[in-house]
Design a protein around this ligand. Structure first.
Ligand SMILES: NC(=O)c1ccc[n+]([C@@H]2O[C@H](COP(=O)([O-])OP(=O)(O)OC[C@H]3O[C@@H](n4cnc5c(N)ncnc54)[C@H](O)[C@@H]3O)[C@@H](O)[C@H]2O)c1
Length: 329
């Protein structure tokens, strides 16, 4: 079967943190398939400290690579973690290419540490670069997309946020905050042709290598499952980028989703509400009733996936109706 190539001709993409790692791979691949790309990178190390760069910045090096392959790109060295920087990044796209179609917010770094000793600096810098940057770049980008009635926004979340990782409370909170942003913004984007999703990648960028320079609790690796050598070869950017390319393509209608691209396994991650336990309609329960029914409350063998606040009411209404009609189970 011949498959129509996914193309990005005429599309303008902004990729934050595109000077290295995963972001670089997205920028190169988008440009290869026709997109004009704003390669945004501040050039910092894995803890967010200014990295020593040579005569050419990492963003300029990516632009040079794209241009020498015949593609179109501009470098932008503003920080996506400030309001002014975010505005400047979007303005760079408008100045160079006249529109914004795709935003991939990917920039970031880590400031791990035990919860009780995280400093304000460790907390705020992580919130700024992962979560607030999605507002700083996202708001002007969304406004520009709205004008064209088209947009694809992909925010980079993390398995650490959805599933948990010690010494990353700052990072996990920021990254899961992006899921909330996806939930609300995807609804706002619907009327304007703007799709909004999040990605949980496992790649070969600097933040995925279990950097020995990074702070981790002792014994963390003891809980890694056996057989990791079977999937280690797929833990690289080439096994992440295809998912990203699909989600930001015109043919993809997917919105309001979180997708994991991990070691060659591509999978939707979802938030569900267990069917739970329905209390007596006339008598508010006692705390002891909650204790008594915890097994039902915790039972995730039956669940719904609400995609907006009102969706959560539907199964409750149905269960209440069934009870009233004497058909409850
Ligand atoms: N690599 C993984 O396995 C993995 C796993 C889960 C999540 N992630 C997330 O994916 C993204 C990319 O990870 P990576 O491993 O490729 O990282 P990386 O360190 O290789 O690249 C991140 C880039 O972001 C840039 N950056 C940092 N702060 C910036 C700022 N304020 N403005 C502009 N650019 C800035 C850095 O200079 C760097 O080039 C991150 O958001 C990370 O949290 C990665």
């Amino acid at each position: 079967m011949s498959r129509a190539e996914l193309r990005y001709d005429g599309r303008v993409a902004i990729v934050t943190g595109a000077g290295s790692g995963l972001g670089r791979d997205y920028a190169l691949n988008l440009a290869k398939r026709g997109a004009s790309v704003v390669v945004n990178d501040l050039g910092v190390d894995t803890r967010g400290r200014q990295a020593a760069e040579g005569s050419e910045s990492s963003a300029q090096a990516v632009v040079r690579e794209i241009e020498s392959a015949g593609g179109k790109a501009v470098a932008c060295h503003e920080s996506c973690a400030t309001r002014a920087g975010g505005a400047a990044i979007v303005q760079a796209a408008l100045d160079a290419f006249g529109r914004v179609d795709i935003l991939i917010h990917n920039a970031g770094f880590l400031r791990n540490g035990p919860f009780e000793s995280l400093t304000d600096e460790q907390i705020h810098s992580i919130m700024d670069v992962h979560l607030l940057a999605a507002f700083y770049v996202g708001q002007p980008a969304f406004a520009a997309m709205k004008q064209n009635g088209y947009g694809r926004i992909l925010l980079t979340s993390s398995a650490s946020a959805f599933f948990g990782m010690p010494w990353q409370t700052n990072y996990a909170a920021a990254k899961l905050g992006l899921a909330g942003l996806v939930n609300a913004l995807s609804l706002e984007g619907q009327a304007h042709g703007i799709n909004v999703n999040a990605l949980l990648p496992t790649g070969s960028g600097r933040l995925g290598k279990g950097d020995s320079d990074m702070d981790w609790p002792d014994g963390l690796m003891a809980s890694v499952p056996a057989g990791m050598e079977l999937i280690a070869p797929q833990m690289r950017n080439e096994f992440v980028t295809p998912m990203v390319m699909w989600l930001v393509n015109e043919r993809s209608k997917t919105t309001h989703g979180y997708y994991s691209a991990t070691a060659g396994r591509f999978s939707r991650i979802f938030i569900g509400a267990a069917r739970g336990w329905l209390s007596d309609a006339m008598n508010p329960p006692m705390p002891e009733d909650i204790e008594e029914h915890m097994a039902e409350i915790d039972d995730i063998s039956r669940y719904d996936i609400p995609l907006k606040v009102f969706d959560e009411f539907e199964p409750i209404v149905a269960a209440q109706r069934a009870l009233l009609e004497g058909k409850g189970d």
